[in-house]
Design a protein around this ligand. Structure first.
Ligand SMILES: CC(C)(COP(=O)(O)OP(=O)(O)OC[C@H]1O[C@@H](n2cnc3c(N)ncnc32)[C@H](O)[C@@H]1OP(=O)(O)O)[C@@H](O)C(=O)NCCC(=O)NCCS
Length: 250
């Protein structure tokens, strides 16, 4: 049965200082009002806006909120307007801040339904993944195909009512790991055992002679998530951005 680290989300409308030994984690509400959507859309690049307008209306405001809050928060860290943020992309699509900013800041984003999680750190690789419970999937078949035999066996042993949650906890570990190394889900998952002990909410994992830390948590009662960072010397600090909520707009 999965276990989780406790999370306490501190509401704030000012940016807390980010130390080298921290990963900031932002809980973002993507269900924005038309006013907030309009406000956030003003910072999007022409490419992002074009993409937004190709999406069905229901998904459009969610996409704008996700891209807009990302720019809004990264702009705060860099001390520049959100519209001036520029990205570069890894070979498999992992976004990073353009080197012109010389910030040493890394970030990773995951969204699911109306919730987004944004991780931000200095000088380390990070990955985050979020899934909402329950999710209609064939847990055992996916585990058999993608997980190591011992991980699949551990899932097979899960009580029926915990199977979906255990699978999604495991999946968030696998995906957050892949996102931390910039490969998404395109890496040899079967040979990367991260889920043999779901009852331990923290895992140290050695990869390419470096130690990494995985931390499993529940952002709220209907979702599970995992945060991965290179190094083992970091703590997770959790915040909820409230500037736009303070105006009553969200
Ligand atoms: C990245 C990936 C794991 C996304 O999974 P998901 O559950 O749909 O989405 P999440 O919300 O958790 O994460 C999406 C975000 O991760 C980031 N991301 C994209 N590619 C990434 C990668 N290779 N590594 C880490 N992060 C990545 C982006 O910020 C993305 O946000 P966006 O979709 O709004 O641009 C999945 O698409 C994947 O494996 N991609 C690998 C590369 C790939 O297939 N590329 C196709 C073109 S080459």
């Amino acid at each position: 049965m999965p276990a989780y680290l406790p999370t306490l989300w501190s509401p704030t409308n000012t940016l807390p200082a980010l130390s080298q030994e921290e990963i900031h984690l932002w809980d973002i509400n993507l269900a924005t009002t038309p006013e907030v959507t309009n406000l956030l859309s003003t910072s999007l690049s022409s490419k992002e806006l074009e993409y937004a307008h190709r999406r069905p209306e229901k998904l459009r405001s969610r996409y704008i909120a996700s891209k807009g809050y990302l720019r809004h928060l990264l702009g705060k860290y860099l001390g520049i307007p959100p519209g001036e943020i520029r990205y570069i992309f890894g070979a498999l699509g992992k976004p990073a801040l353009s080197p012109e900013f010389k910030s040493g800041l890394s970030f990773n984003l995951s969204d699911c339904g109306n919730k987004g999680l944004l991780a931000v750190a200095y000088g380390r690789e990070i990955g985050v993944d979020l899934e909402q419970l329950p999710r209609n999937v064939n847990e055992r078949a996916i585990a058999q195909k993608l997980f190591s035999p011992s991980e699949a066996n551990a899932l097979n042993a899960a009580e029926a009512e915990k199977l979906n949650e255990s699978f999604l906890a495991c999946w968030t570990r696998k995906e957050a790991w892949g996102k931390a190394i910039g490969r998404g889900i395109h890496y040899p998952m079967k040979n990367t055992p991260l889920c043999n002990q779901l009852s331990e909410p923290e895992l140290q994992y050695c990869f390419a002679n470096d130690n990494w830390l995985l931390r499993q948590f529940r952002p709220d009662s209907h979702s599970v998530a995992c945060l991965v960072g290179s190094g083992v010397d970091w703590k997770m600090s959790c915040f909820r951005w409230t500037l736009m909520t303070a105006t009553g707009a969200q």
